[in-house]
Design a protein around this ligand. Structure first.
Ligand code: GLU
Length: 489
């Protein structure tokens, strides 16, 4: 069998969103699984909306997720250029060929005339389609249009007799289309740029793409493209159309605030880990046979099969992503999580630009504790706040009342004594102190834990007490316990 060649051809008209990144990922997985080639092509024929900035963002976010490409933008290769705006001469050449062979023709109809055609069709209850007016222009009519300064488009001729087009979609199986729903569609616009359907076919053919894996929203383009492959005499690749991604309400996935699609970088900025997002995205429309959820990249590659992708839409479940990301955060290398957390702590004003090595060691302990309670790293400052701000009571009056309980003094003094007696001051030894306290003291567990927590943090809940004590250190703990007793006086 020939080498498998896949492509990811985004349009740089916005910040790359979740749906497109899932398409990139599935192409990448299938390429890696089959030791094939993944080509990155930039489809920037929409000159008004395409920008270099959006192109750079695509590359940056793909790199962040770990989707390397083998050929194309940023890599090079023998089928370049890989940016459509640099291939216009090539498209023109093929358009001229179709014109010469009588398979395409110039159309001079104005937008107003086309609008009138659509309205007429709507009145008759027919499908809006081009009425082929310019297919049969006389020489005089042609000259007349040119003289009037009309700028033509180029249209492809649909077959006169309706026929069926069948694709064997790798995911959806057989899909049948009839050509009679198509009209003589435009392949070259009046601004001298090819349309998407035309450029994509020429590129996929010249770049020797063997399988086209893309979103389901492109299914309706596929019969048009097959007709173009045939008209141009190119072999037709295989197709696989990925299911849509919907939100929890089964609506189109978009941002809460506006109608924009969800930019993948928002997750990076909030401190989601690339390996978590990679894992999560791989499950949007696919799952391994054993329904495993947490998988490494290598496992996903080895289990992935394009023919196992679901036909039905995938639901983007943020709760699941949060759960998964939290799990990855807790299992990741602590130093890495520390490094990734520093910017959030700086932004919260909790730490400065420079850290001494002691501060660094201390911070590492804080992160070790705080990471157990977060879904993503932007939550670290809130989770770790008690370690950076002074003691503040959520409800001071209530705290004072509690510190006045008769057992409190005994609890606090025994705790101090036990802590002072420790030869090693670590989580385990501190935990043991609490076990001892519970055995030794004639009070209920809650009467031990709650006042201590309140005295140390001013709050009713938070990280494990032993973690808090470990991070504060003996001196600070004694200070806060004494302070609480003083408040009670
Ligand atoms: N530029 C198109 C898009 O981003 C590519 C579609 C295709 O894969 O053919 O939707």
């Amino acid at each position: 069998m020939n080498e498998m060649r896949l492509r990811f051809p985004p349009s740089p008209t916005g910040k790359i969103h979740i749906g497109n990144m899932r398409t990139a990922l599935f192409n990448w997985l299938w390429a890696r699984k089959n030791k094939g080639t993944l080509v990155l092509r930039i489809e920037d024929t929409d000159q008004e909306r395409s920008t270099k900035e959006f192109e750079d963002i695509i590359i940056q976010e793909m790199q962040w997720l770990g989707l390397d490409v083998d050929e194309g933008i940023g890599v090079g290769g023998e089928y370049g250029p890989y940016r459509q705006s640099e291939r216009v001469d090539i498209y023109r050449e093929y358009a001229d060929k179709l014109l010469k062979e009588g398979k395409a023709y110039y159309c001079y109809c104005t937008p107003e005339e086309l609008q009138a055609m659509r309205e007429e069709a709507a009145r008759k209850g027919e499908m809006p389609r081009y009425n082929q007016h310019c297919r049969h222009l006389t020489e005089e009519e042609l000259e007349e249009y040119k003289r009037a300064g009309r700028k033509p488009v180029i249209r492809i001729k649909m077959p006169d007799e309706a026929r069926e087009i069948v694709i064997n979609d790798l995911i959806r199986g057989e899909i049948r289309f009839s050509t009679d729903v198509l009209d003589d569609f435009i392949i070259f616009k009046s601004d001298g740029m090819p349309t998407y359907n035309f450029a994509v076919v020429i590129d996929d053919a010249l770049m020797k793409i063997t399988q086209v894996i893309r979103g389901e929203d492109h299914i309706s383009n596929t019969p048009k493209q097959i007709l173009l492959y045939e008209a141009l005499g190119f072999p037709v690749p295989e197709f696989a159309h990925l299911p849509l991604i919907l939100d929890e309400n089964r609506a189109k996935l978009k941002k809460r605030s506006d109608s924009d699609a969800v930019y993948i970088g928002e997750f990076r900025e909030k401190g989601y880990l690339p390996e978590a997002l990679f894992n999560f995205l791989s499950l949007l429309g696919w799952s391994p046979k054993d329904e495993r959820e947490i998988m490494s990249r290598e496992e996903i590659i080895s289990l992935f099969d394009i023919s196992d992708v679901n036909k039905s839409s995938a639901v983007f479940d943020i709760e699941k992503l949060n759960w998964m990301n939290g799990k990855y955060i807790r299992e990741a290398d602590l130093d890495r999580i520390l490094q990734l957390s520093i910017p959030y702590l700086q932004e919260a004003g909790f730490i400065g630009e420079e850290l001494s090595s002691e501060e660094h060691e201390w911070l590492k302990k804080v992160i070790e504790v705080a990471r157990t309670g977060v879904d993503y790293l932007a939550q670290i400052p809130a989770e770790a706040e008690i370690f950076f701000t002074g003691l503040e009571f959520t409800d001071k009056e209530k705290a004072i009342a509690e510190f006045r309980d008769e057992e409190v003094e005994l609890v606090f003094s025994t705790l101090k004594e036990e802590l002072r007696g420790l030869t090693e001051f670590n989580r385990d030894s501190i935990n043991n102190v609490f076990k001892e306290l519970r055995k030794k003291l004639p009070v209920k567990a809650r009467k031990i834990y709650h006042p201590v927590r309140l005295a140390l943090t001013g709050r009713d809940s938070g990280p494990e007490l032993s973690d808090i004590i470990y991070i504060f250190g003996l001196e600070e703990v004694e200070k806060r316990l004494d302070n609480a007793l003083a408040m009670a006086k």
